[in-house]
Write a protein that binds this ligand. Structure first.
Ligand code: GAP
Length: 481
């Protein structure tokens, strides 16, 4: 049974990937050149879905909180930033190479993959041992564990392993022409540092008082050695991060606050609470005092979508030290200068897109009136983030119906994304809109000409009702907020 379920889930995941391509959501980057591993492009509907999720997060963070403002910092930063933040020395993963196949593995992925083949108790014991060794940075111990368990390479089938070594995940490039004074810089591996180095600029110019937050959305880059699972782990991806600056000593209460606040944001998308869980980190990142992941149940199991981290004053103190500029705040309530502590919320935008697609995708049988069955693929995307909100479908291409449809679109398109379609039978057009996740379809028919009403169809229930043509905009607007 467990195996069957796993197989179904694997099939479902493959179906989602194919669907995302076929319906213009996500394409492999540079596909005509056979693609670039772990890099993806968003098509018309994927980019619209991604933008809607980004906007929803941005609004929830900035407009809905009096004390959070946004910034948009550059991807390139002074190279000392990454020395100060600890990424140059500490942002690495333990890797191991198989000497026969030359294939490189992330050690935790290699062991986890092997654990999947064991029974539950043995797998848990193995993973617990691995976590202990990872937490202790015991690279020799990790190699020994791989040898003791006789874990082999999936390509060569041998256990002819190198030692375990740490590999830095940052991409570097040269600023300026190489012949002149070239300087090595990095593509940022997280957006957070753009916020830290601007802490005082923002605090002073936006006249913020602690506690306050700075939010940012932007690209981040990591040279992930093992890039798997479609847009779950990419080399170029987008993060939505918020650093919340607080008085030292208040970190526990704010950590608890942001844990709850962020979980509530996820639940506001409308998916079942059973699909989420918190997972406390066994091994803390080099900057963190406490860290928890919000995990979501993807078709390949519960995995991290968002991290909430109590970062203490690590980053600001480090930038203060390396830049020799004071990054302090004068707290008038207690008459004290201090380097603020930080609670961070960090969510992957692409991972959230994958979360939405995974949960939205469904293959359904639909009973027909004659007793037979039809089927459909539907994306039950929450209406507020759906790419297209309303499809307007004239029943025929003649008799003035297209003109009524076009006028309705003109009325609504300022407020939400509308789509016009006149080709094919109406049933076929509904199926296409279901597959794109469009929550509402309006059909303009001959009755519309007589009494100025239309049928509006709900994607999920497939029920239809007749409403006045001049109420369509309001009807849809109320349901996509
Ligand atoms: N500033 C903290 C930070 O970057 P992280 O846990 O490394 O923390 C935060 O990353 C989030 O960014 C993750 O929860 C995940 O959603 C997303 N993320 C990280 N690496 C990613 C990758 N290679 N591809 C896609 N998303 C990624």
């Amino acid at each position: 049974m467990a195996n069957k379920e796993t197989k179904n889930e694997t099939n479902k995941f493959q179906a989602i990937i194919s669907h995302a391509k076929e319906y213009g959501f996500i394409f492999q980057s540079s596909e005509i050149y056979d693609g670039l591993s772990a890099v993806y492009d968003y098509g018309p509907w994927g980019s619209e879905l991604k933008k809607n999720i980004r906007d929803y997060w941005w609004k929830s963070m900035t407009r809905m909180h009096d004390n959070i403002v946004g910034i948009d910092a550059a991807i390139f930063m002074h190279p000392t930033t990454w020395k100060a933040s600890g990424h140059v020395d500490g942002f690495s993963d333990p890797m191991i190479d198989n000497k026969d196949s030359k294939k490189r593995y992330r050690v935790d992925h290699l062991i986890e993959g092997y654990a999947d083949t064991l029974d539950k108790d043995a797998a848990e014991a193995l993973l617990a041992r691995m976590n202990q060794l990872l937490a202790a940075d015991d690279l020799d111990g990790l190699k020994q564990l791989i040898l003791d368990e006789k874990i082999t390479c999936s390509v060569s089938g041998t256990s002819n392993w190198t030692d375990v070594r740490q590999f830095n995940l940052m991409f570097s490039t040269q600023l300026g022409s190489v012949s002149e004074e070239a300087s090595e810089i990095y593509l940022r591996p997280e957006t957070a540092q753009g916020i830290f180095v601007n802490f005082l600029n923002v605090q002073k110019t936006a006249r913020m008082k602690i506690p306050f937050g700075i939010a940012q959305v932007g690209k981040a880059f990591r040279n992930e050695i093992v890039a798997r699972q479609f847009i779950f782990r990419m080399r170029e991806f987008e993060q939505m991060e918020m650093q919340f600056f607080i008085r030292p000593g208040t970190e526990e209460e704010w950590y608890a606050y942001w844990k709850e606040e962020r979980m509530n944001w996820h639940l506001s998308l409308g998916f079942s609470p059973d699909k989420y869980r918190f997972h406390d980190h066994d091994k803390l990142a080099f900057y963190a005092k406490a860290a928890v992941d919000i995990e979501f149940e993807f078709p390949f199991g519960f995995k991290e979508v968002e991290g909430i981290h109590s970062r203490t004053d690590h980053d600001l103190s480090q930038h203060q030290k390396f830049s020799k500029k004071k990054l302090q705040y004068f707290d008038t309530e207690i008459n004290q200068n201090y380097v603020p502590y930080v609670i961070e919320t960090s969510i992957g935008l692409d991972r959230t897109v994958l979360m939405v697609l995974s949960e939205a995708y469904a293959e359904e049988d639909i009973p027909k009136e004659d007793g037979t069955k039809d089927s459909r693929v539907v994306l039950r995307i929450p209406p507020r983030v759906a790419p297209i909100k309303l499809a307007v479908l004239p029943l025929t291409k003649k008799d003035g119906l297209p003109e009524i449809a076009r006028d309705l679109i003109k009325e609504c398109r300022e407020d939400f994304y509308c789509f016009y379609e006149e080709k094919d039978a109406i049933g076929k057009r509904y199926r296409r809109m279901d597959a794109l996740g469009t929550p509402y379809c309006v059909t303009i028919d001959y009755q519309t000409k007589e009494d100025q009403t239309v049928t509006i169809r709900d994607r999920d229930s497939m029920t239809q009702e007749r409403i006045p043509l001049d109420k369509v905009k309001e009807w849809v607007s109320l349901r996509i907020r």
